[in-house]
Design a protein around this ligand. Sequence first.
Ligand SMILES: NC(=O)c1ccc[n+]([C@@H]2O[C@H](COP(=O)([O-])OP(=O)(O)OC[C@H]3O[C@@H](n4cnc5c(N)ncnc54)[C@H](OP(=O)(O)O)[C@@H]3O)[C@@H](O)[C@H]2O)c1
Length: 208
Amino acid sequence: MTDRQALAEVVPRIEQCLRNDGGSGQVLIINNSGTGAYGVFPEPSINAIEGVMALNMDAPVALTAALLPLVRERGGAIVNIASTAAFQPTPYLGVYGATKAFLLHWSLALNAELKGSRVRVLAVCPGPTRTGFFRAAGLADSSVRGSVQDPDAVAAESLRALALGRSLVVTGWPNKIGAVLAGLVPKRMVASIAAVVLKSYRRQPDRG
Ligand SMILES: NC(=O)c1ccc[n+]([C@@H]2O[C@H](COP(=O)([O-])OP(=O)(O)OC[C@H]3O[C@@H](n4cnc5c(N)ncnc54)[C@H](OP(=O)(O)O)[C@@H]3O)[C@@H](O)[C@H]2O)c1
C-alpha cells in the first residue's frame, strides 16, 4: 500500500478489527509488502522506483506509527520483512537494497527505543524465496536458483525468532553465512561482485 489516502482509510479499519476481538490479546503487525524494480538506474522508470520507496519504506513507517499506540496498550510485536539485500549494495536493484537497509536499521533502532515496553520489533532478512517477487521486480525467472527457501520455511524461522525474543533473524544457513561475509568484505568489493551476479539476472524481452 503506497497511497497516503488509502493508508489513512485502512488504519481505522484495522483498529476496529483489533478492538472487535475482545480487545485483550497481544497485537502482531507484519509489514510484509514489498517490491523491487530491476534495471540500470533510473530504469525501469522513476515512477516505479518511487513506488518501491513508498511501499518498502513509507508504508511500514506510516502504518507502524499509526498502530503503535494500540500495540503499546495491548503488548505485541512488529515484524518488518527486510532482506539479505539489507547487508550489501545491490547493483541493478540498487534502490531496493537501500530500502531494505533502511528497514533493517530502522527496525533495530525502534526495537532499542521500545526496550522496557511491551512491544518488540523483529527484522526478518530472508534470502531468495520462492514467491512472485522476482517476476514482479523484473528479474529473469532463471535468477531463482541455488539456495532458495520456501515461504513456509521463512515464516517458521521468523516465528521461532519472535518466540525467542530476537530483534533480527537472517533465515536459512546459506543466507546467515552470506550476511556475515557481506559484513567482512569491503562494501565496494561486495558491490563489484554483486554487480556481476545481478547483471546476469536481467529478464530478456519476451519473443513472439
Ligand atoms: N522473494 C524473495 O526472494 C524475497 C527475499 C527477501 C525479501 N523479500 C521480501 O519479502 C516480502 C514479501 O515479498 P514476496 O517475496 O512475497 O513477493 P511477492 O510474491 O511479489 O509479494 C509482494 C507482496 O507485496 C504486496 N504489494 C506489492 N505491491 C503493493 C502495493 N503497491 N500496495 C500494497 N501491497 C503491495 C503484494 O500484494 P498483492 O498480492 O495484493 O499484490 C504481495 O503481498 C517483500 O517485502 C520482499 O521485499 C522477498
